[in-house]
Design a binder for this molecule. Sequence first.
Ligand code: ARG
Ligand code: ZN
Length: 887
Amino acid sequence: METPREIFLKDYKLPDYYFHTVNLKFSLGEDKTIICSEITVFPREEGTASPLVLDGQDLKLLSIKVNGEELKGEDFHLDSRHLTVLSPPRSNKFTLEIVTEIYPQNNTSLEGLYKSSGNFCTQCEAEGFRKITFYQDRPDIMAIYTCRIEADKTLYPVLLSNGNLIEKGDLEGGRHYAIWEDPFKKPCYLFALVAGQLESRDDTFITRSGRKVSLRIWTPVQDLPKTVHAMYSLKAAMKWDEDVFGLEYDLDLFNIVAVPDFNMGAMENKSLNIFNSKLVLASPETATDADYAAILGVIGHEYFHNWTGNRVTCRDWFQLSLKEGLTVFRDQEFSSDMGSRTVKRIADVSKLRTYQFPQDAGPMSHPVRPHSYIKMDNFYTVTVYEKGAEVVRMYKTLLGSHGFRKGMDLYFKRHDGQAVTCEDFFAAMCDANGANLSNFLLWYSQAGTPLFKVTSSYDAESKAYSLKFSQEVPPTPGQPVKEPMFIPVALGLLNSKGKDIPLSSVYHEGMLQSIEKNGEPVYTTVLQVKKKEEEFVFSDISERPIPSLLRGYSAPVRLESDLTDSDLFFLLAHDSDEFNRWEAGQVLARKLMLSLVADYQQNKSLVLNPKFVHGIKSILCDLSLDKEFIAKAITLPGEGEIMDMMEVADPDAVHAVRSFIRKQLASELKAELLSTVQNNRSSESYVFNHPNMARRALKNVALAYLASLEDTEFTELALHEYKSATNLTEQFAALAAIAQNPGKTREEVLGDFYSKWQDDFLVVNKWFALQAMSDIPGNVENVGKLLKHPAFDMRNPNKVYSLIGGFCGSPVNFHAKDGSGYKFMGEIVVQLDKINPRVASRMVSAFSRWRRYDQTRQSLAKAQLEMIMSTNGLSENVFEIASKSLA
Ligand code: ARG
Ligand code: ZN
């Protein structure tokens, strides 16, 4: 195998040729598909002598013509990755016609044109279009497309592509055709085609300027009843983007197609979004509240891309966060506005901590805008997406809602129809506000989670309260030394009654800055910390305050403060910033868990601090609180989060401690938890709205606590909830509560659940995941058996993510000290890589932080990585992750 080549941002060059129009003709067939592509090309500089280099992979070239003339062998060069036209005409415009043959029916990578359940569909982002035809496959090549699709009419009655349908008709031999024209120029990664047996749910949306848009959601006929929520979500998203950003849809048709085989969540192809069916299909009986929420968020996300991604796209793939960070931010805000802002923020911050922090601290650490990649597919990461969204959020925190909107407006005004960079976004934000955000751009270029320390002091005599900040950005691969970041610190100060103190002014670098706004007091201010060390002194503070720092989590940093436990309990009880109430509880829980882990490792008996029990109890019993907030606040930080804070991660100790605290809380708060379950049962049929979801969430958390006690009374209770549930949210939660504990009941209920749902593959995936994630000792063997289950299929990414990805979600089993988990995963990665490299590389990532563990585990995990590296014909995807993990 040739060593894969690394691509660098610093090597970006403008293309020598641009494409103006692209005319595609697909002839879809069972054993082969033929694609004719006709492109008008013009040079960037007239008279250029540069060759025209086209990307292409796994294509059979049938013919190539320039200006109607067939090229001869000496006129072009073809290798496994490129087709080069050696000396194109030196005119200001020429046409290129290429005919290729491909075999979508054999395409298991699910990139380019492939088949899913008998239907044709495409996935072109990032570099899948080159598996369809030879092209300059880069996002700064934007062109106007027409697409003619021809196929068998019985097998593929529905033929879809981007834009408007302009013609359709029948052909000889039982075939038919459709011609689609997209009036907006676009990069090829937004091209899409679908052909198959599908039916649509139809609706309309009238935009605020009066455009009537047809909305269609396409699925196999039997799934149509499950598209009600997706349609609701789409309409809500369209309305929200108009209300909040003034952005309207720009065509008369918007299609969504749900397919069961899809590598990621969904894809924002212009006017033809293609979705993993798990993010479209929902009914109360077959989808949980989490699924409903995910569908709302992702339907929103893909729709929002129409402006942030499609109308304004990325110059090159290093700029991916320009569209993804921004669009994730937009979908987070949308979901917040549709539900509870605090709860959404808590969920998003938890996700960042659970997945992005570890990535940022490991061998795959990369900036929000990476400097290099081997395989772009490996950079659709939580760093580019979720940390990228935090970066966008910081603009809003710094500029305010109104300022942020002005920045967005200027961004579209300047760049509509263009392929741009993160600097362009930054410039729009600054210029629209006359703001100087100095070194803010470091958020795009420096990897690593900043460690942010705060110490406070109060001087009663001068009534001065000082906060000293210091920051350190840890070294990451390729970046040993870092500069200080620009950290927006939203903060408030609480008095001894727990009320916010009005803030009037603050001393900073010898200057007194006023905080008041139009004479009105301010309770939360945003400090701009830009240096390695910096002090701010608040004046006129009449008693020692308790600081509420980083309100709403105003910057993606690890905060270390000198707050005492009693300060934290105080914040938990009183902070007016609800997010920080939750946060105070989490900080307390993390401290507690770490100290118990130390006790466990020293064989001391574990004792739970009664103050902690009391804190949890008062949250649980506080009727004034939002129920989903309570559910989140009484949930302990995940095992990964705690391992992340240890010198040497110890999965067994962390698991033992977390289980101990859970059981202890359950046994001390039995009565309260029981009444929580009883008082929060469903009385009506399923409704997707915040109060109902919050109620179910709280009930389910309480039930899981109780069932952890392995007490017959509570097992019976869980069984009762399982049997009487009228929706999957409660039924599945009851199943999960029972399945915590090994034994006969567990097996029976799992069996019952499977027989109920065996015909619904999305529900069966949950059943796989639940068993795969189980902490039951020696679970690797069970997962091995499930691999052979008739419902499992290695070619379907959802099934792989559920069963194999799920298994990595149990630290005790994946990191089993005998190496059985590592061996299992190593073998799977090798097998999977031959089928679908992209999915395989996601799985191999489970190994990437192997150095965090003890010597024994290190050598066992390393051996698997080395085994993977030595495999013949390894994909670039897996090569990149495995080699960087070993480096
Ligand atoms: N742009 C898509 C989204 O975030 C993700 C692209 C996934 N890429 C892929 N090769 N499946 O909405
Ligand atoms: Zn996206």
